[in-house]
Ligand binder design. Structure first.
Ligand SMILES: C[S@@+](CC[C@H](N)C(=O)[O-])C[C@H]1O[C@@H](n2cnc3c(N)ncnc32)[C@H](O)[C@@H]1O
Length: 209
């Protein structure tokens, strides 16, 4: 068996035995990632009806799906991913690479000048296994998400972003802190322990930022 097919069969085995995968399947969610968002919400209460939400790195769609259910359809969600995503009610989907200025422009057009209550990003680059390659790619996505948040978030709005611990992480936190009333780092139970991913929450954007 080649190295690649060996690791993909390991991935399949792990998926099959993963309790979060089984639960997502049972509860009708598209991905186990939903339980990361749910845990963060249980702790911080970010969602309320009538919100405008941007969901970056949205595919296959469990975060948008969960937000849409949680708010009983009373939300405007704009989701974006480089991969295709099956449609969801009340969710506008933009397919494209977020590092492409034309795709950022498409997001801005969809927002039509209206400020946003929550920017959430679960974007993660394809992992090559080479830290020196993967970490800058991941940080670039987190930085672009942060720029979008600062451009579009209302005062009091929240920013939730997946970031990988490593080079650039401390600096990212340092730059974020002055703009929010609280900045915390969370590692939800559903986030695999061996992954360096954590979620940074910028809670309640300051009025003056
Ligand atoms: C962990 S998955 C997101 C799961 C999603 N939150 C859910 O609940 O279904 C990460 C996503 O980031 C997307 N992504 C990675 N790089 C991207 C980019 N440059 N532009 C847009 N999406 C990107 C991937 O295609 C992938 O679907």
């Amino acid at each position: 068996m080649s190295k690649r097919s060996h690791s993909s069969s390991r991935w399949l085995q792990r998926q099959a035995s993963d309790l979060y995968v089984q639960r997502a399947h049972k509860e009708g969610f598209r991905s186990r990632a939903v339980y990361k968002l749910e845990e963060i919400e249980q702790r911080h209460q970010l969602f309320r009806p009538g919100m405008r939400i941007v969901d970056l790195g949205s595919a296959p769609g469990s975060w948008s799906q969960w937000a849409q259910k949680r708010l009983d359809g009373q939300a405007q969600i704009i989701a974006l991913d480089v991969l295709p995503m099956d449609g969801l009610p009340e969710v506008t989907f933009i397919q494209g690479d977020f590092t492409d200025p034309a795709i950022l422009q498409a997001l801005e057009t969809a927002l039509a000048g209206k400020a946003v209550d929550l920017v959430m990003s679960d974007m993660a680059p394809n992992i090559s296994g080479l830290k020196a390659v993967d970490q800058p790619r991941a940080m670039l996505l987190a930085e672009l998400a942060y720029e979008t948040a600062l451009e579009w978030l209302k005062p009091g709005g929240h920013f939730l972003c997946k970031v990988f611990q490593g080079e650039g992480f401390d600096e990212y936190l340092r730059v974020l802190r002055p703009h929010f009333n609280k900045v915390v780092t969370r590692k939800p139970q559903a986030s695999r322990p061996q992954s360096r991913e954590v979620y940074i929450l910028g809670y309640s954007r300051k009025k003056t930022s």
